[in-house]
Design a protein around this ligand. Sequence first.
Ligand code: PSV
Ligand code: MN
Length: 425
Amino acid sequence: MISKDLIGTKNEAARVAHEDDYGSLGRQLARRGVEIETLTARAMAWSVAIPTWGVGTGGTRFARFPGLGEPRNIHDKLADCGVIQALTKGTRTVSPHIPWDKVSDYNALRQEAASYDLGFDAINSNTFQDQLDQEATYKFGSLAAADPKARALAVAHNIECIEIGKALGSGALTVWVGDGTNFPGQQSLGGMFRNYLEAMGEIYAALPPQMSMFIEHKMYEPAFYSTVISDWGSSLMAAQALGPQAKCLVDLGHHAPNTNIEQIVARLIHVGRLAGFHFNDSKYGDDDLDAGSVDPFRLFLVFNELVEAEGAKGFDPAYMIDQSHNVTDPIESLMGSAIEIARAYVQASLVDRKALAEAQAANDVLGAHRILKAAYLTDVSPILAEARVRQGGAHDPIATYRASGYRAEKAEERPMVKGASSGIV
Ligand code: PSV
Ligand code: MN
């Protein structure tokens, strides 16, 4: 783990400059009628979940270049997530993926997570790859497959995930399936959707009342001609057919390029079906780049919708990072993304909503736009740093992590597994 002394020493070295920056931003915001402490309190309360698979090194379908000291199992993954939480103080939960994170004692796992100051978020099922000695293959689909054996297996797996989720204290089951087709005519498009709905109905029936079902759509990949839950329309149809515990999850990378994602968010909020997010960034498709690294303005615009919707009945989205780290240290990337996501949230909290509503009512187009931009262009870094430091986190999480030598230590402890492998996660 990262020593508290190291965090304290690093923070102390940055203290004078930080206090100066925080004071200056406070005065600037006060002139704009904003109390900085309100924003700092919001930043302190903010949290985004880390996916257990995110701390591993990803790859492409061409190759995977292993990193140093990669986590070998859920226990190592929790330790890495614990580092992220200790330094950023804004990643209080982890989201497990089954069967990758299966163990024999979930109570013990819950306690192990708690020892790192972590709880469990949505549980993710996996029917996009076959497990060893599986009775039927998912090669041609899982919940929507033509083969009833594959469908039954996928249903049973998801029900098992619900049970594991209950034991871990998860509030939701996230279902993403890679089901679809690569050739026109390969399957009936309508038939696949009907199979999917029937299978999802069986899973839904196994949900306890306190658990939600998050339906994650994705336009393409691994299927390239059609995907059974390809967009928010299909996702919403499924959620509405299943019942009130089913909601639609938005992964920022799962849309056609240039899609207006913030408008999708507004629509899902309108119908009370926004489950939450998988944050990442992209340039071309489901690139799984670090959240906020390519298009931070879009991230801000998503949060602008979320902050506007605060207080609406049933509005309680789940927030998770879902990205693949192929060329960086995953811990650094995840900390960087957690900071960028919190930044977008705080910037969106700065939007002068009263002035915006007035500008919109008066059709003052540029005036309204400038109100958004004024919030987006405010450098809220001192607020984010203050929120971390007040909670015992690091003023500069990445610099402190680098100084800790954690990765080198893990490289010794977790020897590299030889041999090439590919895969998106
Ligand atoms: C699919 O691309 C996805 O976004 C889903 O959330 C999966 O569970 C995750 O990635 C696995 O990498
Ligand atoms: Mn996702």
